[in-house]
Design a protein around this ligand. Structure first.
Ligand SMILES: *Cc1c(COP(=O)(O)O)cnc(C)c1O
Length: 546
């Protein structure tokens, strides 16, 4: 039987003694070593993937029970290491989504966060993370062009959290009494039809309701069609509704479409003047694209990092759009996407910190923190109460890479995609690339000749389009079986297109290559192409016999 004193070996020391340090270090060493032993650059997973039968999780649940007595150190580590068997590892074989391989600086930052176990709600409880949060907020404000004396920010629950927090702020800014009386029922929000579902969920959760979410059509480059936005905003106004909020997506999740923020700002300002409206809140959803602001002051003429001309061309195009982010009322840095840090490391940045007053709690409502006269950093405007100090991991990464390091990583994503697009079209006579150059390439295969242009122009028939969708859906199934070798992503709604013989626009299916690892280089492209080729040959043969 253990007593409390015995249990102390499960805790870090309070006097810094070497013995207890060694216990912790030995566990960490073992975990890292055993993970390393499972790594295989030719495979996606650590060890073999389990057989995920229907009742896989049910079986696990059935035999799970809190043990009567605690286990010893080695057994606990053995048990948690069991969990990692078959886990996907972000080497060059994972190209399905913008999933990061957490960099070492951020891992150490996270470890420090856990060891200090600060609570980011209050500097008295979490001075390290408060300190790091103030730093990264200022650093990143300067990168995007917010006035660092006016801006503010905090780490929160993802890009989705940033959308929710910005919507809540928009409501309270336009209707300061809505916090007490509830949300008016004639508020409307606008976003691209390719935007992330974050806003849809936030419409539900704020009580505005998803019926009041207006989806705007997209241009061929997957950015919001601003004529359609204007028409839809004016229609809302004509019918007595109030335009509250526009979500400008800067890097759509599947296709990396980038909305024209500057034109959106011009449009909302015009409508405000014309109709005497209160300022319409603009949140730049930069969860996917935000890191590319690191090029905002890159000298493309001198090109100090010597990027290839075609890479420069693409980056320059991004900068032309991302340099306007400072016009948005808020934005987000999702470091756990293109910034290569652990989940969750998202910084919600607000251009004008005065806006926090609309969502702040009365000190009387927060008797637990911040009203003792000590501590000057107190985030009572967050939806979280206790909040993890993930700013430490962000801070560590920014120090480790600097602006240049990130520019190198971000340029490489583009470089690899350029090569992939080129090779795909060379090797496959039945392939089309269906988005602009980005860290992600969407592509589509055809059973016969390529009719992408026709589909995009709305000139295909419904059955033609469906046949191609099905061809791609089946191919996704086929390569999905072999996902422990290479895991490609796919989407059933890359975009919508018109067809000639049906009123409703139809969804386009596509495959995705997302290369956001420092281990995906131009040389690896042949590896992806060979994989696709191997299974496309099987796929077309099967079809011929069918
Ligand atoms: C990923 C993503 C989100 C959601 O971000 P999380 O960090 O996963 O919550 C929101 N918007 C866009 C455009 C995204 O790509």
């Amino acid at each position: 039987m253990m007593n409390v004193n015995d249990l102390r070996t499960w805790f870090p020391s309070i006097d810094g003694n070497e013995e207890q340090r060694k216990i912790l270090l030995s566990g960490i060493e073992r975990i890292i070593r055993e993970l390393d032993e499972m790594k295989d650059p030719e495979k996606l997973t650590l060890g073999d993937m389990p057989n995920y039968t229907e009742d896989y999780y049910n079986k696990i649940a059935e035999k799970s029970i809190v043990p009567e007595a605690g286990a010893n150190y080695d057994d606990v580590i053995s048990s948690i290491m069991e969990l990692s068997k078959g886990h996907r590892f972000i080497n060059r074989n994972y190209v399905a989504n913008a999933t990061p391989l957490a960099n070492v600086a951020s891992i150490l930052g996270n470890l420090l966060m856990v060891l200090l176990n600060g609570n980011n709600i209050w500097d008295v409880d979490g001075s390290a993370a408060a300190n790091a949060e103030v730093r990264v907020t200022s650093m990143l404000s300067k990168i995007v062009g917010y006035d660092p004396d006016m801006s503010s920010g905090y780490t929160t629950w993802g890009g989705q959290g940033a959308v929710f927090n910005s919507l809540r702020m928009a409501i309270a800014r336009m209707f300061p009494h809505s916090n007490e009386t509830g949300v008016p029922n004639n508020l409307y929000c606008f976003c691209s039809e390719l935007s992330h579902f974050s806003l849809y969920k936030s419409m539900e959760a704020t009580g505005i309701g998803t019926n009041n979410l207006i989806r705007v059509k997209v241009n061929p480059d997957h950015s919001m069609d601003l004529n359609d936005l204007r028409e839809k905003m004016e229609e809302v106004i004509r019918k007595g509704g109030i335009p509250l909020y526009v979500l400008a997506t800067m890097g759509t999740t599947d296709t990396f479409g980038i909305d024209d923020l500057s034109a959106i700002k011009t449009l909302t300002t015009q409508l405000e003047d014309q109709y005497g409206l209160a300022p319409i809140f603009i949140h730049a959803d930069t969860a996917m694209g935000g890191m590319y602001t690191f090029f905002n002051d890159y000298d493309y003429e001198k090109n100090p990092l010597q990027f290839e001309a075609e890479v420069v061309e693409v980056l320059k195009g991004y900068t032309a759009k991302f340099k306007h982010i400072h016009l948005a009322d808020s934005m987000v840095f999702d470091f756990h996407k293109l910034g290569q840090t652990p989940y969750i490391t998202s910084l919600f940045l607000v251009k004008d910190k005065m806006n926090f007053q609309y969502v702040d709690l009365d000190p009387e409502e927060t008797p637990y923190v911040g009203n003792r006269g000590y501590g000057s950093y107190h985030t009572s405007y967050t939806l979280e109460c206790s909040r993890m100090g993930s700013s430490i991991a962000i801070y560590a990464s920014l120090l480790a890479f600097g602006k240049e390091g990130y520019q190198q990583l971000l340029a490489n994503y583009v470089r690899v995609n350029l090569q992939f697009r080129k090779r795909l079209l060379e090797v496959f006579s039945n392939a089309a690339v269906t988005n602009e150059v980005a860290p992600v390439t969407t592509f589509r295969f055809y059973p016969n000749e390529v009719i992408w242009e026709k589909e995009l122009q709305g000139q295909a028939t419904l059955s033609e389009l469906q046949e191609v969708n099905e061809f791609n859906d089946r191919f996704a199934e086929l390569i999905g079986i072999h996902r422990d070798t290479i895991y490609f992503g796919n989407t059933k709604k890359q975009r919508k297109v018109h067809v000639i013989d049906h009123d409703e626009r139809q969804s386009v299916y596509a495959h995705k290559l997302y290369t956001v690892s420092p281990y995906t280089t131009v040389e690896d492209v042949e590896h992806y192409i060979a994989f696709l080729k191997q299974y496309m040959d099987i796929h077309t043969k099967e079809l011929a016999y069918a």
